[in-house]
Structures are given as structure tokens and as C-alpha cells.
Design a protein around this ligand. Sequence first.
Ligand SMILES: Nc1ncnc2c1ncn2[C@@H]1O[C@H](COP(=O)(O)OP(=O)(O)OP(=O)(O)O)[C@@H](O)[C@H]1O
Ligand SMILES: [Mg+2]
Length: 312
Amino acid sequence: MLEVTGLIKRFRSRTGVVEAVRGVSFSVKAGEVLAFLGPNGAGKTTTIKMTAGLIRPDQGAVMINGLDLHHRQSAAVQHIGAVLEGSRNLYWRLTILENLLYWGSMRRIPYRQARLRAMDLLEQVGLSDRAKNTVQTLSRGMQQKVALCQALMHRPCVLLLDEPTLGLDFESSEGIKNMVRQLAADGTAILLTTHQLDVAEELSNRVAIVRGGQLILEGHTKAVLQHYSRSSYAIVTETPLPSAILARISELPGKVQVISSQRLQYVPLEGDTETLYRLLDLLKPYPLLQVGRHQADLAEVFQQVVNSEGDI
Ligand SMILES: Nc1ncnc2c1ncn2[C@@H]1O[C@H](COP(=O)(O)OP(=O)(O)OP(=O)(O)O)[C@@H](O)[C@H]1O
Ligand SMILES: [Mg+2]
């Protein structure tokens, strides 16, 4: 649905040239959510703006549904919806409804249809009773929701979301997350940028991490989490273990770390599936509070990947 290849963007400023994006490629299929992550200044927003057709790449191409976006008067733009940083695509002096209808007319939706669509979307985000209020009188979270409604007016098949839940309260961000899930289930291809890595982990099927304008990791979210989950076990006992037992445990093959007399960390040798049970055997007389395998989350993956050394 969305295919981005070899995007490059340089900005010229007084202090020199900034290479914001240095050869980024990715694709998002229908129904997929790609979490597009990276530290501040990594080039995410610049990539999203090029993908939305708002700025021209120096090199590279964006194909939407087989159409080249940066070709003159491309029809591809009709298939994209975008929510940019700080909901800057709204007119502050117009009402919510006027904003949505204006956008509808830009996307050539007949008036009556646009009105129905607008009210339906506002209902979904809980803003139908504010439809006649000007955007400047809304809170930041409400503006963010209106920006999302606007992006969805023409039922785009590609949706670009730059920090969609930033600054939203718990309930509102749950609402937006549910909308994203529903849109993906309906077949929308979604590119999601966020610094809230728990949101990214919850919503994405795939994840891409950029640093310094280049992709440094790309893969299925589940596979990435699996890859970064160390094969280590945490064991917690209800009562302190006698030192004789701790000594015997320490002699087992693999790496045993006695964190306290009630808390152990165990990393088996590669391919060793038996020693864990010998360890549990030694612990048999002592009631266990917890035995768990360490599971990495996206925050941990992000930290490891972004902080890793390496030429970029
Ligand atoms: N219009 C511009 N003129 C000059 N430099 C720019 C411009 N827009 C972005 N940059 C630079 O390009 C780099 C990438 O910026 P970008 O906004 O894409 O980062 P980001 O990944 O979205 O960061 P954040 O997480 O803070 O939103 C930064 O070094 C930024 O200063
Ligand atoms: Mg940004």
C-alpha cells in the first residue's frame, strides 16, 4: 500500500547543511501498523512530511497504492491522511465542523456526505457537542482529536500519524488507540511515530528505528522483542535460602547470580534445557514466589539499539 524507497533530504541553513534523512526505505501493507521510532532529531517528522507529499525529497520515491506521490499532480495524495506534529493543519478561527467540511471539499467529498462523515467522526472522538466551537477555543488534546478526524474525512488507505497520543489524557489516548486498531482492522496502512514506546508496542505489527537519518532496525514487533529477550530466568523464593543451598546453586553450569538470599537470576548455557530443572529441584523445599523468563519490551530494545555503537 505504501512503499518508500531511498528517501534523502538535506536542509540548508546558515550554519551549513543538515542531512535530516539519509536513505530511508520501508513499506507498509494494508492492515499493518508500522511503528516508526527514533530519538529526537532522527528524521522521523521529515520522513513523514515527505511521505505525506508536504515536502519534496532530494532523492527517493514514495509510492501509494502504486501511484508515485511526487509526480506532478499525482492522484496519490487522495489516498493519504496525515496527522502532523502539533495538529498544525487546522484553521484556528474556523469551527471544528467548518475545518472538517473545508477539508472534505478539498478532497472533493459532496457536502451532505462530508457533513455526515464529519459528525460521525466527531461522535467517535466524543466531540460532537463541540462541532460549532472554533478550534482556538479547544484544549490541545481536543485539537489533536480534530486533527485526526480531519485526516480521516476522505477515508484514506494510508494514514500517517506523528505523535497522535502526545499530551492526551488516559481515556482520550485509549480512544485514539482503539481507533487506530479499528482502522488497521479495516485495512488501512498506518505509519505511527511516537516516543511512547508502550503505545508503539501495543499497536504495531512491525517496527522501524531511525537514528541520524538512517534505519538501524526493522522487523516484526514480536520477532524483534523475542530477539532482544535474553534467555534469563528470575526466581524469587518466599523465605531466605540457606547459604549451603546458595553455594550448591552457584556451582551449576550456566550463570547464576545471587541477587539476594531470596532472589536469583539464572542464564543457562546455550542449548542447555536441563539445568533449570536441577536448580528448581534444589529449591524444592522452599516455597517459590515467582519464576519468570525475562521478556524485553520495546523500551529496552530501543535503548539497546539506539545506544549501540556502530558506524552510521
Ligand atoms: N525545515 C528545516 N530546516 C532545517 N533543518 C531542519 C528542518 N526540519 C528539520 N530539520 C532538521 O532535521 C533533523 C531531523 O528533524 P526531524 O524533525 O525530522 O526529527 P524527528 O525525528 O521528527 O525528531 P522529534 O522526535 O524531536 O520530533 C534535525 O536535525 C532538524 O533540526
Ligand atoms: Mg518529529
